[in-house]
Every structure is written in structure tokens, then in C-alpha cells.
Ligand binder design. Structure first.
Ligand code: NCD
Length: 304
């Protein structure tokens, strides 16, 4: 039985197969509409979510399966003190596969150890968010045409943003990727990531000003300042509007630069960018459904 805790749980060859399947699902949705008819997905969300939970649910329903779950720890037995290990043992009796989001780093991994069904990490604290990374990689592969040879700027909260951590981890396995980290001093990418890049001999730059590097980028991955992971309100208020991408800044960018964002956005991308053909974040959310459909089929070992 396989779980998905990190994007690195799949080899790049396995990821290619997963993305090919997602492409096939996009082109032929009817072919997959009954693939999971007798299956149940449990979504166990101990932390708020719109996209991730609903895209998992939509993915399972589009495969003909059914969905159970909770979207708030307060309405689950966690509120009575039940451990995730006990909860997953019980969920294993009710469902065939589980997507779990938890504010504590490593909680889905603890659950996976005791689980009788595949567990998918749907975000664990500030650590990893592998299915967002699968979404990001599929978006890049589809819209840029390849997962090799590009310069990507990651901008915003690089300290607490788990989507950033997962994406960097995943991208280092492809060739010719140049990273530019754009953040205020306080929200720099964690040392364990820059240490890993140095060890692998992968080049990266850390800058504060977005404008200076904008013309070099093939992709700009914007992120929200992660309010819920701050220790005090004052720091959050000081940093929350540090970057605002608007149509005047977009004039500095290449004509084919893609703007990605895992969403939700707060103020970091002004709505006047939404109609720019380079804004890819809403298309990115659509790819998230196809890739989660492909992931469910793969982990349940269902061949259509
Ligand atoms: C992200 C997350 O939960 O980490 N959202 C998502 O799943 N698309 C990004 C965020 O909350 O800023």
C-alpha cells in the first residue's frame, strides 16, 4: 500500500505517468466517470481549506466515488482528545483512501503508519503540501511545455509557505532550473532548503526587490503571507502587503512569463492582473482536480 507524504515519494518517471494520466482524464473525462464507483474517499481536515478539500471531493465524485469527512477539527473527535493514529484506524473501516490536512508537521505521516488505507498528506503545518506541488508541476508542464530549463521566482512568505517548500524539493530533480527567492529578510526560505540546494550544487539567488528580477523570470510563483503561522499580529501586519503584483509591475515581465499562485490570495496579486493572459492561477486550480483524480486512481491501483 502506498501513501503520499512528499512529492519525492514518486520518482520523476512515476510523476510523468501520473501527469500523462491527468492529461488523459482532462481529454476523456467520460472514460473515468465510473472508475471509483464502489470507493469512498475520507477528507479529514483539521485546518481550514477550500481548494484542497473541495478539489479532492470533486475529484472523487468525478470518478464516480463517494466522499465522507470533516472540515473542522472542532467537529471531529479530536475535540475530545482522540489521536490521529486512533482516528485513522477508524477511518480505515469506513473509507478506501484518506486525504488529511493537519496543523502539526508530520501528523499525516503518523496517521499513515497506523492506517489500513492509503493516506495523502493534504498539507501538514508549514512543512509540505505534496498535492499542491503535483498541481503546480502539472500546470508548468502543461503551460510551459516542460519541467526543465526555466527560471522560477518564488515570492512572498518563503519561510512558512509549505507549498514553496514542497515545490522546491520537487523541482530540484529536473534539469536547468534556476531559483530566485524573493522575500523580506524575516520570511526567507528556511536554511534546510538552501543547505540542500548548496549540497546538490543547484544555483539560487535570494533578493528582496521583485522589480529587479522580474525580467529574468519564466515563472513567478506568488504566495500569501501565512497569517496563521505568525507568533504575533504586529509582524504579520508589517509584512502582509510587502509585495503586491499589479498590472504596472507586470509590464516589467516577459511576454510569456506565467504567474502562479496556490491560492487563496489576499492582497499580493491585484485583481487587475487576473485578465492578463500570463495569469495562470485559476487554470492552476483546474489542473488540481485532474491531478488529484489521477492520484486517487494511482494509489487505489485502479486501471481504466
Ligand atoms: C495553500 C496551503 O494551504 O498551504 N493553499 C492551498 O492548498 N491551495 C496556500 C495558502 O494557504 O496560502
Amino acid at each position: 500500500m502506498r501513501h503520499l507524504m512528499s512529492p519525492l515519494d514518486f520518482t520523476t518517471e512515476e510523476l510523468d505517468k501520473l501527469f500523462d494520466l491527468a492529461d488523459e482524464i482532462e481529454k476523456n473525462p467520460e472514460k473515468y466517470a465510473h472508475a471509483c464507483e464502489d470507493k469512498i474517499l475520507a477528507t479529514c481536515f483539521y485546518e481550514p481549506s477550500t481548494r484542497t478539500r473541495l478539489s479532492f471531493e470533486s475529484a472523487m465524485i468525478r470518478l464516480g466515488g463517494r466522499v465522507i469527512g470533516f472540515s473542522d477539527a472542532g467537529s471531529s473527535s479530536a475535540a475530545k482528545g482522540e489521536s490521529v493514529s486512533d482516528t485513522i484506524r477508524i477511518i480505515s473501516c469506513y473509507a478506501d483512501i484518506c486525504a488529511m490536512r493537519h496543523p502539526k508537521e508530520g501528523a499525516p505521516m503518523v496517521a499513515a503508519e497506523k492506517s489500513g488505507i492509503p493516506v495523502i498528506n493534504a498539507g501538514d503545518g508549514g512543512h509540505q503540501h505534496p498535492t499542491q506541488t503535483l498541481t503546480d508541476l502539472l500546470t508548468i508542464r502543461s503551460l510551459h511545455g516542460s519541467l526543465h530549463n526555466f527560471t522560477i521566482g518564488l515570492c512572498g512568505d518563503l519561510k512558512f509557505g509549505r507549498t514553496v517548500h514542497s515545490l522546491i524539493n520537487a523541482l530540484v530533480r529536473y534539469e536547468g532550473i534556476r531559483f530566485i527567492f524573493i522575500s523580506p529578510e524575516e520570511l526567507r526560505v528556511p536554511d534546510y532548503i538552501t543547505d540542500m540546494l548548496r549540497e546538490k550544487g543547484i544555483s539560487y539567488e535570494e533578493v528582496i526587490r521583485l522589480d529587479d528580477v522580474m525580467p529574468q523570470l519564466n515563472m513567478l510563483y506568488m504566495t500569501r503571507v501565512q497569517k496563521e503561522r505568525f507568533f504575533n499580529e504586529e509582524d504579520y501586519v508589517r509584512l502582509k502587503d510587502f509585495y503586491i503584483l499589479d498590472s504596472s509591475k507586470m509590464k516589467l515581465a516577459r511576454n510569456d512569463m506565467l504567474v502562479l499562485h496556490p491560492l487563496p490570495r489576499v492582497n499580493e496579486i491585484s485583481v487587475d492582473v487576473d485578465d492578463d493572459p500570463r495569469a495562470a492561477y485559476f487554470r492552476q486550480a483546474q489542473y488540481g482536480v485532474y491531478v488529484r483524480m489521477a492520484l486517487i486512481l494511482t494509489l487505489l491501483e485502479i486501471n481504466v
